[in-house]
Ligand binder design. Structure first.
Ligand SMILES: Cc1ncc(COP(=O)(O)O)c(C=O)c1O
Length: 373
């Protein structure tokens, strides 16, 4: 029998999925990684119009329609004060494909990729798939990534380091000074900084800034998506922005693996990015209310939790047996070790669930905590 590639044998199915499969049907799900809001009506309508007119029947340009890439460039000018040429953007099948393109185009077998631990599960897996060697680094006590730790981990083998803010699974938001440091490190060490900004709008304290704003070289590649901001996870539309040279290399992967992002999704994304943004603000305000309720609940249970300043996750420290006790009582949470070795002793709780369920889940978690401690 034909064997399997060494690269793929190093990757396993995400531990998050295992938790979901173990959960009962009427469990309250605090494991979910997507907003529980509808996609904005005007975004849906843009796709409907494109389908009805036939505009989305054919392949688009490999990079995506010119009008979508112009909408993305306008978004970067509006939100990030960044001047991005629409030619230097590739529309992808979600942030996931964007991350894949970056790794495939920049990582050679044996080269290292530095990323936060605990961190989003794709960083390790995509490093393996590119033939690279994962180099996880531990976080600060407040669960942010220390630029000093990244700099210490850089070696002659380093191909790239990943910055993710606001972060999954921690909800941590990097400071402006940190982002400036990441840019300096990318410039001075001449290594690639992959900045994953898919939750850039979901910030409650501080502000989101991109290392791309501060870099003097072209060593920063930005990954973004409509998935979280516009509650469009099912549409599969993200993008990567980088220098012309880097985009040209990533396009070689995208062209053959994907051809182009789904055309209806491209039209929906264009509608979302160029239409009214008030739904984003409403969603963020609701997430902040839920975060506060969850933090109060966790503190009342006596669990210590670094205050998450963004995204829709909290990551409390939990006693041994806590995750199982909570799962047994019908609340789905994800064990911290699903996000890396240093996640052990933590759990990721997503508050992308309605307030009533959240209150119910807090009561159940309090009961479990009392039993475990
Ligand atoms: C930090 C981070 N980056 C990228 C992604 C991938 O997003 P998408 O659904 O757009 O592929 C996710 C999804 O959970 C994420 O949390």
């Amino acid at each position: 029998m034909t064997g399997f590639s060494h690269r793929v044998e190093q990757v396993s199915i995400s531990g998050i999925r295992e938790v979901f499969e173990a959960a009962g049907e009427d469990a309250i799900n605090l494991g979910i990684g997507q907003p529980d809001f509808p996609t904005p009506e005007h975004a849906r309508q843009s796709a409907i119009d494109a389908i009805e007119s036939g505009a989305s029947d054919a392949y688009t340009s490999n990079k995506g329609t010119r009008s979508l890439r112009e909408a993305i460039a306008t978004k970067h000018e509006r939100d990030n004060d960044l001047d991005v040429d629409p030619e230097n953007i590739i529309a992808t099948a979600g942030g996931s494909e964007a991350l894949h393109l970056v790794m495939e185009a920049h990582v050679d077998p044996g080269e290292e990729v530095i990323y936060p631990d605990p961190g989003f599960v794709s960083y390790e897996a995509l490093t393996h798939i590119a033939g690279g060697t994962p180099r996880p680094v531990a976080l600060r006590d407040d669960l942010t990534l220390d630029p000093g730790a990244v700099e210490d981990a850089i070696s002659d083998e380093t191909a790239a380091f990943v910055v993710n803010s606001p972060a999954n699974p921690t909800g941590a938001v990097q400071s402006v000074d940190d982002m400036r440091e990441f840019a300096r490190i990318a410039d001075e060490h001449d290594v690639l900084c992959i900045t994953d900004e898919v939750s850039e709008h979901i910030v409650f304290e501080g502000e989101h800034r991109s290392p791309m704003e501060f870099a003097e070289s072209d060593n920063v590649v930005m990954v973004n998506a409509c998935s979280k901001t516009y509650s469009m996870t099912g549409w599969r539309l993200g993008w990567v922005a980088a220098s012309h040279e880097r985009i040209e290399r990533m396009l070689r992967v995208h062209q053959y693996a994907q051809a182009c992002a789904s055309a209806p999704a491209q039209y929906a994304a264009e509608g979302a990015l160029s239409g009214p943004q008030d739904q984003v603000e409403e969603m963020v305000a609701e997430f902040e209310r839920r975060r506060d309720v969850l933090l109060d609940g966790l503190e009342d249970m006596g669990l210590s939790v670094p205050k998450p300043a963004g995204a829709f996750y909290a990551m409390p420290k939990v006693p041994e047996g806590w995750v199982d006790a909570v799962l047994d009582r019908g609340v789905v949470v994800v064990p911290g070790e699903a996000f890396g070795e240093n996640g052990e002793g933590y759990a990721r709780l997503s508050y992308a669930t309605d307030m009533e369920s959240l209150h119910e889940a807090i009561d159940i978690m309090a009961e479990a905590t009392a039993v475990v401690e």
